[in-house]
Design a protein around this ligand. Structure first.
Ligand SMILES: NC(=O)c1ccc[n+]([C@@H]2O[C@H](COP(=O)([O-])OP(=O)(O)OC[C@H]3O[C@@H](n4cnc5c(N)ncnc54)[C@H](O)[C@@H]3O)[C@@H](O)[C@H]2O)c1
Length: 394
């Protein structure tokens, strides 16, 4: 793909992609494409439709779509809690029981209108009810449009870690209108874009260079630039999924920075976004790769440069998270097998390390603990040097 070529994204232009998964879902993508929605939905007969969203998203964008759908099919509006607190068994149970009580059948359709959290909850409920009913996914955040909807991985959190309980369940189609991204706060945009940055680091150095050229710390873009950016991040993930739709072999590289990131996200208990947690996770993973002699100091610095200077993810590392706490939280992470401490590690920019045919490399946990400890120390020093620099100049 020629990344530097900006595609034209005039209002209403829609393209159809495929998720390349075992059960590929049509993926409709464009800017302000709502007028096409009913035509696509009418391909899927249903007795009733359950429209899941958060109240503020309903007011922002959901209402007009809901009203259009209601004119064609009996439609129920279901509100879910905002944020990670939505991803718990209690909410899942209430959601499933409510659906049964309201007469959901195998002919019903669920519709998830929201970020990755609404998508994960509704996707999992759809996968469980009567051993699987159909659902439609309408992602409204950069993270959901470019990352979570492409995977079909549905999950809720457990008592000791993220995404412990889940399954794979594909939506009948995905509807991605980048008009919804225009109201997303800056930290949300950054959270989505970081997954694109990750795709560059793990598989495509040209894409990383392209992103370095187009992103800015304020994450301000015209609607057309935002659409183009989302489209290219989606393509960068689809390239990886084409090679391994299961995400269990080569595709596991998409978890770069996520073992550390999930631990941090878990310890912050919903107070740090998935994307920001992963941004710290990628920096720690880069330090680990350098310690293992795989990548250079410049490669590590490039992580700091893209994440902090170009993308604006420059908050201090949470002072309450110690190396011990992070190691304990990671033990609960969902990629742990037995007692192994396994990570996706960079071999060079654009390629992951694959010792003995495994994209998850086993690393001595004591070495990992040391790296986390030195990262936390180095990070604090780096921050104070930056602050000192600003004071000295002013
Ligand atoms: N299944 C997967 O493969 C996969 C991949 C990545 C992330 N995830 C999961 O996705 C979740 C994170 O997703 P997310 O970043 O979308 O978070 P989210 O769903 O919690 O949304 C973040 C916030 O943005 C708000 N929001 C949503 N759309 C908006 C809009 N258009 N305008 C204004 N505000 C809006 C929401 O109300 C919420 O407060 C995590 O739970 C993560 O584990 C899953």
């Amino acid at each position: 793909m020629k990344y530097n070529q900006v595609l034209e994204w005039q209002q209403g232009k829609m393209v159809t992609l495929s998720t390349h998964l075992a059960k590929p879902s049509p993926f409709y993508f464009g800017y302000d494409i709502e007028d096409n929605f009913l035509r696509i939905l009418s391909n899927y007969e249903c007795d009733q439709l359950f429209f899941f969203t958060e109240p503020h998203l309903f007011e922002l964008f959901g209402k007009s779509l809901y009203e259009k759908i209601s004119q064609h099919v009996p439609c129920h509006l279901e509100f879910v809690p905002s944020g990670e607190k939505c991803k718990y068994f209690s909410v899942l149970e209430d959601t499933c029981e409510e659906l049964i009580a309201k007469g959901a059948s195998k002919k019903s359709l669920l519709l998830a209108f929201g970020g990755g959290v609404v998508g994960n909850l509704v996707g999992l409920a759809a996968g469980l009810i009567y051993r699987g009913i159909r659902y439609v996914e309408i992602p409204t955040t950069m993270m959901a449009q470019t990352d979570s909807t492409l995977s079909n991985k549905q999950a809720v959190n457990g008592k000791t870690g993220k995404n412990h309980f889940g399954l794979y369940h594909a939506p009948v189609f995905i509807w991605t209108d980048t008009k919804y991204l225009t109201t997303e706060p800056a930290f949300g945009r950054r959270s989505g874009i970081i997954e694109g940055v990750k795709n560059g680091f793990i598989s495509d150095p040209d894409f990383l260079t392209y992103l370095e050229g187009v992103i800015n710390p304020e994450v301000k873009f015209t609607d057309e630039q935002l659409t183009d950016l989302a489209y290219k991040i989606i393509l960068s993930k689809l390239e990886i999924l084409k090679r391994d739709p299961s995400e269990r072999g080569y595709g596991i590289i998409l978890e770069y920075g996520h073992t550390f990131g999930h631990g941090i996200e878990w310890l912050k208990q919903g107070k740090m976004s998935h994307g920001e947690s992963v941004s710290f996770g990628m920096k720690i993973a880069a330090e680990l790769a350098q310690e293992l002699g795989l990548i250079s100091e410049q490669d590590v610095e490039r992580h700091y440069y893209v994440i902090e200077e170009k993308l604006g993810f420059d908050n201090p590392f949470p002072p309450e998270i110690t190396a011990e706490k992070l190691m304990a939280a990671m033990i609960g992470d969902n990629k742990k097998t037995g007692r192994d401490s396994r990570f996706v590690i960079l071999d060079k920019i654009g390629r992951c390390y694959n010792p003995e045919g495994d994209w998850l490399a086993t690393v001595d946990p004591e070495l990992v603990r040391r790296i986390v400890e030195s990262f936390i120390e180095k990070y604090a020093k780096r921050r104070s040097a930056q602050t000192y620099g600003v004071i000295a100049v002013s």
